[in-house]
Write a protein that binds this ligand. Structure first.
Ligand code: MF3
Ligand code: CO
Length: 257
C-alpha cells in the first residue's frame, strides 16, 4: 500500500532531506585524494547527529549495516561499506546518506569525482544526474510510475550507458523503504497512478558496461559484474499539485563552500 503524506508529514521528511543534502555537500568538501571512506563516514555521522537526527542506514538489514553512510568506489554500484581505503585521484565515490528524525526519513545520494577524472567517467556522472532529473520531471500527479522509470532509462541509454535492473528506488516516509518499488527501467503509461502526497526516493544506478551486478562477500557491497564503473544519484521527491518538489535540498551556505 502506498501511503500518501500530509503537508505536515512532507515538512518532516524535508527536514531530514535538508540534513541529507547538507551531509552530501560536506562530503563534496572533504572527498579528496588520501581521505579514507571511514573518515568520510565519521564526518557524516557527526554532522547528522549534531542536527538531532539519526543515520537511517546504521544497523539496517541483515547483516546489520555497519556504518552511517554508504561509500561506493568505482565499480561499486551501491552499499559500499566505509573502510580504511584512501581515495585516489581519478576515483569516483558514490555517497549515499539517510537521516531520520521526527518519525520520518530522508534519503539521497551523489557520485563525486576525486580530483581529475577521465572524459568517459565525467559523461557517466553527467548522464546519471540527467537521468535522475528526467525521472523527477515525470513525478506528476495523474501520471504513471512507468513514466518515471521510462524517462530515467531513456536518458541513461541514449547516453550509451546501461541501467541496473536488480536494485530499485522506493517510496519513503515513516519507513526508509516503502511501497512502491521504482525500477529505473520500464514503459511510459504503465504502472500505478501517481498522486499528490506520494513521496518517492528516485535513485538511478547507471553502468558503463553490463547492467548485471554481483554481491561481494561482505554481504553489502554491490559491484558491476564486469567491474566497469557505476554511478548513483538519489533525491527524495514529493509529488504535489504544483508538480515534483525535491526534498533533499541543502542550505545555501553548504553549497557555496
Ligand atoms: N539509498 C539506499 C537505499 O535506498 C541506501 C540503503 S543502505 C542500507 O536502499 F544500508 F541502509 F541498506
Ligand atoms: Co534509497
Amino acid at each position: 500500500m502506498i501511503t500518501l503524506k500530509s503537508d505536515r508529514e512532507i515538512e518532516l521528511i524535508r527536514k531530514n532531506g535538508r540534513i541529507v543534502a547538507n551531509t552530501l555537500a560536506l562530503m563534496r568538501r572533504h572527498a579528496a585524494p588520501g581521505v579514507t571512506t571511514k573518515e568520510l563516514d565519521g564526518i557524516a555521522e557527526d554532522y547528522i547527529r549534531g542536527e538531532g537526527a539519526v543515520p537511517s542506514f546504521l544497523g539496517y538489514g541483515e547483516p546489520p549495516y555497519p556504518a552511517a553512510i554508504c561509500t561506493s568506489v568505482n565499480e561499486a554500484v551501491v552499499h559500499g561499506v566505509p573502510d580504511g581505503r584512501a581515495l585516489q585521484e581519478g576515483d569516483i565515490v558514490g555517497i549515499d546518506v539517510g537521516a531520520s528524525s521526527g518519525g520520518f526519513h530522508g534519503d539521497g545520494a551523489a557520485t563525486l569525482p576525486i580530483g581529475r577524472i577521465d572524459d568517459e567517467t565525467g559523461r557517466l556522472l553527467a548522464a546519471t544526474q540527467a537521468a535522475l532529473a528526467a525521472g523527477i520531471a515525470k513525478a506528476l500527479p495523474g501520471g504513471r510510475l512507468g513514466d518515471v522509470s521510462a524517462a530515467i532509462q531513456g536518458a541513461a541509454e541514449d547516453a550509451g550507458f546501461s541501467v541496473v535492473r536488480a536494485l530499485v528506488g522506493h517510496g519513503i516516509g515513516r519507513e526508509m523503504h516503502e511501497a512502491p518499488q521504482i525500477p529505473n527501467y520500464g514503459r511510459a503509461g504503465r504502472g500505478v497512478r501517481l498522486k499528490t502526497g506520494m513521496v518517492l526516493a528516485l535513485e538511478p544506478m547507471i553502468n558503463i558496461g553490463t547492467y548485471e551486478v554481483e554481491l561481494l562477500d561482505d554481504e553489502w557491497t554491490i559491484v558491476t559484474a564486469d567491474r566497469t564503473l557505476s554511478a548513483h544519484f538519489e533525491h527524495t521527491v514529493a509529488i504535489t499539485e504544483d508538480g515534483p518538489v525535491i526534498l533533499t535540498v541543502a542550505d545555501p551556505e553548504f553549497l557555496d563552500q
